[in-house]
Write a protein that binds this ligand. Sequence first.
Ligand code: MLT
Length: 318
Amino acid sequence: MALGAVSLPLASRAARADTFPSRPITIIVPFAAGGPTDVLARIVAEYMRATLGHSVVIENVTGASGTVAGLRAARAAPDGYTITIGHWGTHCLNGAIYQLQYDVREFAPIALIASGPQLIIGRPNLPARNLKELIAWLKDNAGKATSGTAGPGSGAHVAGVFFQQLTDTNFSFVPYRGAGPALNDLMAGHIDIMFDQASNSLPQVKSGTVKAYAVTSSSRLASAPEIPTVDESGLPGLYIAYWHGIWAPKGTPGEIVSTLSAAVTAALAEPNARQRFLELGQEIPPPDRQKPDSLRSHQAAEIDKWWPIVKSANIKAE
Ligand code: MLT
């Protein structure tokens, strides 16, 4: 009797893993449609379909810098049918900034998918022609200038606070439900600047609808070599690498995580997917560094690095 009671759930769990997936899978995107996380999720989802044999559907759950989606993803059934994409902000910064009803470390990692820098960008009619002139313009417009963010405590907000500290500037932050809507308002001239993921703004930089001042990395982007680095622009060391990963709820069986992980890795090996990531300024890690354990250790290292920085900078979500 006792043996039966113990072995039944294990047997049914194995059976579920054997037949997984038998229906569509949902990837929760914690920000607005059309923004950088949404775009990366849709590329991966498109190519995962081929391996899994079922559609992979995107559901945008927005609000509070991805924490509304975080709770939803944490509470989803651990059966592999609801997973979430997240990044440096949602799965690192939010744990230091918000009082959460879940732990950003509690998810089952599936894959580390890409990393890319931010761009410091401005509205198209901003008079500043380079980063030094932008800093001077922000000082001339102290307290009046505005910077769009993907929410309070988001990566765009945190980067903006560090920029303020380094440059002794003062501007206010305008929160949106994602970097996509914030960028629309920047193009329309409703806000002045953004610290934006390159994957969001590169197409607009290329088409001249926003101004790019610097890339937050030590080297220029292969897909946009005309944009200088922060080091070259007089703001050395303001490096921000915005990495993205995919997670399942904790308790998801290992076999199901492995199936999903293999599907993500196959998607990221597709030449068309790779080309699209490259054009968006995204570096895809080699396959052995995409694995669940690599995402787990990368997230842990980022938390060790950033939580003390964010806490000592006293960055608050309100
Ligand atoms: C988004 O998709 O809106 C972004 O990933 C938000 C962010 O920059 O944190």
